[in-house]
Design a protein around this ligand. Structure first.
Ligand code: HEC
Length: 246
């Protein structure tokens, strides 16, 4: 559609869009009413495909590779931009990101792009929490404690693409330990183990996604160790936990 041909810079493209197109956007009628956007699917797709790079408070994502989307749209909200306009901007960005940038084009396409754009437009730079079906759209990352069995620990990555492991604390006896971290999501992760909270990194497993398993095998003396994901921003976003040995 025509929006695709408009190159966007910040919020400026909104002004550059032909008036007739703005009318068409406005005619979509808000972020959700009167059209076929499914914001619940939109939230799920956002967490799975966008959250590893973008912080969006209501989606509980904490990615830091791309701009914080609450901050990105705060000014638009203050300026009174309608959700339908923000939605057009987000959809444009999904389909036609800066080709020299790092955001891949069409991570979601077709109806999914409409759904994701509608969700972001509804919640970005708004206070409060998601309610109703949106509140339960994405299961909250669980925080289990794991115990080594036969010298092995399983510390899987969150399968929906959230920046979290399924385990936040683990215990193991001293000696040989193999840690397997399965990652069913499409967001790449690895697992590394380091001494203490900031000590030397003992080993880093390979980067995996789509069902791959990142593995480290180490020999540990009694003490505290840290496991974390080495991909940029992932540890800061919460992919970190403690292993108590001994
Ligand atoms: C690999 C990391 C990455 C992923 C995944 C990603 N983005 Fe981005 N995004 C970026 C970066 C970096 C920018 C900054 C501009 C650029 O490079 O195009 C950006 C810019 C944006 C902007 C413009 C923000 C502004 O300040 O104007 C929006 C909106 C956006 N992304 C939405 C999304 C949505 C929705 C998804 C999921 C479909 C997504 N992004 C997935 C990295 C990412």
């Amino acid at each position: 559609m025509m929006l695709g041909s408009v190159r966007r810079r910040g919020g400026i493209a909104v002004v550059a869009v032909a008036p007739v197109l703005l009318l068409a956007l406005a005619g979509c009628g808000g972020a959700v009413k009167g059209d076929n956007a499914d914001v619940v699917h939109g939230k799920q797709a956002f967490v799975a495909r966008c959250g590893s790079c973008h912080t969006l408070a209501r989606a509980d994502t904490r990615g830091t590779v791309g701009p914080n989307l609450d901050q990105a749209f705060a000014q638009s909200r203050r300026d009174g931009l309608r959700s339908s306009t923000i939605r057009g901007v987000v959809k444009e960005q999904i389909l036609y990101p800066n080709i020299r940038g790092v955001m891949p084009a069409k991570l979601v396409d077709g109806q999914r792009a409409v759904d994701v754009a509608a969700y972001v437009a509804r919640v970005a730079a708004t206070s409060g929490r998601d309610t109703g079906a949106l509140a339960t759209a994405v299961p909250t990352a669980s925080k289990r404690t794991a115990t080594a069995q036969g010298g092995r620990l399983e510390i899987d990555a969150n399968p929906t693409g959230q920046l979290a492991y399924e385990v936040s604390n683990a215990t193991a006896p001293a000696g040989a330990l193999t840690i397997d971290s399965r990652n069913a999501s499409s967001t790449p992760h690895d697992i590394a183990i380091q001494q203490g909270a900031n000590g030397p990194v003992l080993q880093t497993g390979k980067t995996v996604s789509g069902g791959g398993v990142s593995t480290v095998s180490v020999d540990l003396r009694a003490g505290r160790y840290t496991f974390y994901c080495t991909l940029p921003g992932h540890r800061q976003a919460g992919m970190v936990g403690t292993i108590t040995v001994g």
